[in-house]
Design a protein around this ligand. Structure first.
Ligand code: SF4
Length: 378
C-alpha cells in the first residue's frame, strides 16, 4: 500500500480569508485572466495550465519557466486544488488498481484503473460525487447515501493522479479511456463533469480523445439534455438494468421521476460522434432481471436505437440482497439479444477482489449519511 501526501488546502484555515482559486479546475483562458489581473503576462497562464495538466506537477516550485515573483504570488494567493491525499490499493489479480482519494474536507472517493490486456490500453473509472442520492437498490454507493458534489478540480485530479501512477510503473503505458462510472450520478453534477471533460480533452493538457470518454447515467433527463447541448463529443451510456418501467422503478426509484420512455427519447436525439452509439448497461441479477422474458422484452424496446448492450453480472456485496446469475443464464440472455442482431458484450467486472467493481465503490467504511438526501433536492 502506498500513501502520498498531496496539495495544500485551498482555504486558509480559520483566518477568514476568501477561498483561493483552485487552479486545476481552470481552463488556460481562465488562468490567463487570473495572472493578467495580478499584473503578470497573460501567456504565463497557459504555461501554468501545461505544468498542472500536461506535466501534472504538484508544486509551484517545480514550474521552472515561471518567474519567481509569479510563483511566489501563486503560492500566496491560489491553490493547485484537487485531491488532498491518495492511497493506492494493491494490484488486483486482474491487474486493476483501486485508488482511495481523500478530499480537502476529509471525504473519500474511489477510482479504478483497469487494463485491457488484449489491446494494451488502460481505462480509468472516475467518481463525480461523494456518495450518491439516486439510491439504485443494487449499488453500495447508493446504499451509503449522498454527501456532496465533487468539484471540477477534484474530478480532474483523479485522472492526473492515476496517469502519473501508471506512468511511474510503465512510462510507455497507454492511458486512453475514461469512464464516469465511479461513485455518484455524473448527470446530477453536470456542470463540473462537462468542465472536467473540456479540461481533460484540452490538447495542451492531458489531451484525451472525447471519443474515448463515456459518461454513464441512470437516466437523469435534464442532465442528459445539458450534456448533449454541451457538445463535448463524449459518449453516453445509460444504466438500463430492466426492460420495463415497472421493473426499473423497483430497483431504480429515480425512474419514477424520469420515465424510461423519456430517457430513450433523449438518447434518440443525442449528438453521437461519427460511428459512435449509446451503450446500455444492464446489470443481470438472478431471478430478477436475468430471465428469458426480460431479454425478450428488451429486444423491441431498443429497436431502432444505434446501441450496444453491456451485460454486467451482478457483483455481490455485503448489505445487498441480490445474487449473481449462473453462466448459463447469462449466456442465454446474451444469445437472445445477439439473435435479434444487437451488439452484446458481457462485462466481467474488473477489480472484483478489491471491491472496485461496478456498484461496489463505497469510498470509506462508515462514511454514511445520517439522513439520506433525496435527488429532488440536488
Ligand atoms: S448505480 Fe450509479 S446512479 Fe445508481 S446509486 Fe450507484 S452510483 Fe448512484
Amino acid at each position: 500500500m502506498q500513501v502520498e501526501e498531496r496539495n495544500a488546502p485551498a482555504r486558509s484555515g480559520g483566518s477568514g480569508l476568501a477561498e483561493r482559486p483552485r487552479l486545476r479546475g481552470m481552463s488556460p483562458e481562465q488562468l490567463e485572466g487570473l495572472v493578467r489581473a495580478a499584473g503578470f503576462d497573460a501567456y504565463r497562464g497557459r504555461q501554468l495550465f501545461q505544468w498542472l495538466h500536461r506535466r501534472g506537477v504538484r508544486s509551484f516550485g517545480e514550474m521552472r519557466n515561471l518567474p519567481g515573483p509569479l510563483r511566489a504570488w501563486l503560492e500566496e494567493n491560489t491553490s493547485p486544488g484537487g485531491i488532498a491525499r491518495a492511497e493506492v490499493s494493491s494490484e488486483s489479480a486482474d491487474g486493476s488498481f483501486k485508488f482511495l482519494f481523500e478530499l480537502d474536507d476529509g471525504r473519500k472517493v474511489e477510482s479504478v484503473l483497469m487494463p485491457d490486456p488484449v489491446r494494451e490500453y488502460w481505462t480509468l473509472c472516475v467518481s463525480s460525487q461523494v456518495g450518491c442520492a439516486v439510491d439504485c437498490k443494487f449499488c453500495v454507493t447508493g446504499l451509503n447515501g449522498f454527501f456532496r458534489q465533487m468539484r471540477t478540480d477534484e474530478i480532474v485530479d483523479q485522472v492526473l493522479y492515476a496517469r502519473h501512477y501508471l506512468h511511474q510503473r510503465d512510462s510507455r503505458a497507454n492511458f486512453r479511456n475514461l469512464v464516469y462510472m465511479g461513485m455518484g450520478e455524473p448527470l446530477l453534477n453536470t456542470g463540473p463533469v462537462v468542465e472536467s471533460i473540456r479540461l481533460l480533452t484540452n490538447t495542451e493538457g492531458v489531451d484525451l480523445s472525447p471519443r474515448r470518454i463515456t459518461v454513464s447515467t441512470s437516466g437523469i433527463v435534464p442532465g442528459m439534455i445539458e450534456l448533449s447541448r454541451a457538445r463535448t463529443g463524449a459518449c453516453l451510456a445509460v444504466s438500463l438494468n430492466a426492460p420495463t418501467q415497472e421493473q426499473r422503478e423497483a430497483i431504480m426509484p429515480i425512474t419514477r421521476k424520469y420515465p424510461l420512455a423519456d430517457v430513450l427519447d433523449v438518447v434518440r436525439r443525442y449528438p453521437f460522434a461519427r460511428n459512435k452509439r449509446v451503450t446500455f448497461e444492464y446489470v443481470l441479477m438472478k431471478g430478477l432481471t436475468d430471465r428469458e422474458e426480460d431479454a425478450h422484452r428488451l429486444v423491441p424496446l431498443l429497436r431502432g436505437l444505434p446501441c450496444k448492450v453491456n451485460l454486467i453480472p451482478f457483483n455481490p456485496s455485503p448489505g445487498l440482497p441480490y445474487e449473481r446469475p449462473d453462466e448459463e443464464s447469462i449466456d442465454r440472455f446474451a444469445t437472445i439479444l445477439m439473435e435479434a442482431h444487437y451488439t452484446v458484450s458481457v462485462r466481467w467486472s474488473k477489480a472484483l477482489d478489491l471491491g472496485g467493481a461496478c456498484g461496489q465503490l463505497a469510498g470509506q467504511k462508515g462514511q454514511r449519511t445520517r439522513a439520506r438526501q433525496s435527488f429532488d433536492k440536488l
